[in-house]
Design a protein around this ligand. Structure first.
Ligand code: 2P0
Length: 331
């Protein structure tokens, strides 16, 4: 370890972005390896929805330290980070504690998947700090152990998580006119985490069993729509898959309801805009915030309509780049 200390710089900083799943991950086949019940497809978002993380390992630290958005954590959040770092420490054969400082560009716990950007940044920064050289595919496998959706955020553009490993379908330049209008309805932390919620759905929902028989076909259709840039097919299937996941959530015992009245108003607005021609798709994760997928040319019109709903804020994202290493450390 002493030798290691001299030959590598044990500090690294990474910016990772969130992602929006067009076909959703909701349920685990293997909890310890974080293997999903079904494949999922996502678009990585840009730096408007990102996490910047600096990790340093040092013999000066007597325990792991986690500072997230300027607040020091010593609860479950720290435990989850420490457990993840244990895997990386074991791989690198290092037993030093780490200091982790992380800043999100958006409010945590709102269903805009802070765990996706958070754990992909942590995976990339911690492995780099310990001098591990990994391919993005290998890095995604580590990120997955922190959080399932984080594995997809390692890559830019359009990503397939085949329930175990991740692959890029197309990079961010492939469909650079595609946009995600994120409608922030509430920045309050959600009551039931995705992790706990999906376990309940797997255990109790019969609709979920039906979902699993159909989602393979949806994956194929959505992947082809991305490759061909077929917006209408993409939009129809994004909405169907989001609705189907939320039906399974509702079918869970006890019922999981993540959308609120404002979310439902957003759905109405999108349905109205789509009356003559499909120009937008709504997608909701485990929270009330909406993602509206559209083409650049329609962003202005759609945003204008959405902002008529009281109290909402919007952030617009392009297809993003995936993880980025930086020399501009947070400490
Ligand atoms: C997704 N979500 O595909 C789905 C849609 C939420 C709804 O991935 O337990 O935080 O850490 O693997 O990745 C959120 O679940 O769960 C999620 P863990 P994660 O984006």
């Amino acid at each position: 370890n002493i030798l290691l200390f001299f030959i590598i710089n044990m500090k690294s900083t990474v910016i990772a972005c969130s992602n929006i799943a067009f076909v959703k991950y909701w349920g685990k086949l293997d909890k310890s390896k974080n293997i999903a019940m079904n494949s999922s497809i996502s678009m990585t978002l840009d730096e408007n929805l990102s996490t910047k993380t600096t990790v340093e390992f040092s013999k000066e630290f007597k325990e792991d330290i986690l500072i997230l958005n300027n607040e020091k954590y010593s609860d479950n959040k720290l435990l989850r980070v420490s457990n993840f770092l244990d895997i990386i420490r074991q791989k690198a054969k290092v037993d030093l504690f780490a200091k982790v400082i992380s800043i999100n560009s958006f409010p945590t716990g709102t269903g805009i998947a802070s765990s996706a950007s958070g754990f992909s940044a942590l995976a990339a920064a911690s492995t780099k700090a310990l001098g591990l050289t990994l391919t993005n595919e290998e890095l995604a496998d580590y990120a997955r152990l922190g959080s399932g959706s984080a594995s997809r955020s390692i890559f830019g553009g359009f990503v397939l998580w085949d329930s175990e490993h991740c692959h890029q379908i197309k990079d961010e330049k492939h469909w650079d006119k595609l946009r995600d209008i994120i409608v922030i309805v509430s920045s309050v932390e959600k009551k039931i985490s995705s992790r706990a919620g999906m376990k309940k759905t797997v255990d109790t929902s019969t609709k979920y069993k039906q979902r699993l028989t159909k989602v393979g076909k949806t994956i194929e259709v959505v992947q082809n729509a991305i490759i061909k840039k077929d917006f209408e097919t993409l939009a129809i299937n994004i909405m169907k898959d989001s609705d189907n996941m939320h039906e399974c959530m509702f079918d869970t015992e006890p019922s999981l309801v993540y959308l609120n009245d404002t979310s439902n108003k957003i759905k109405e607005v999108v349905n109205k805009l789509n009356k003559n021609k499909i120009i937008a798709a709504y997608s909701f994760d485990a929270g009330p915030n909406a993602h509206i997928i559209t083409r650049q040319e329609n962003v202005e019109l759609i945003t204008r309509e959405l902002l008529k709903i009281f109290g909402v804020q919007v952030v617009v994202s392009k297809p993003g780049q995936g993880i980025k290493y930086s020399d501009d450390h947070l400490f």
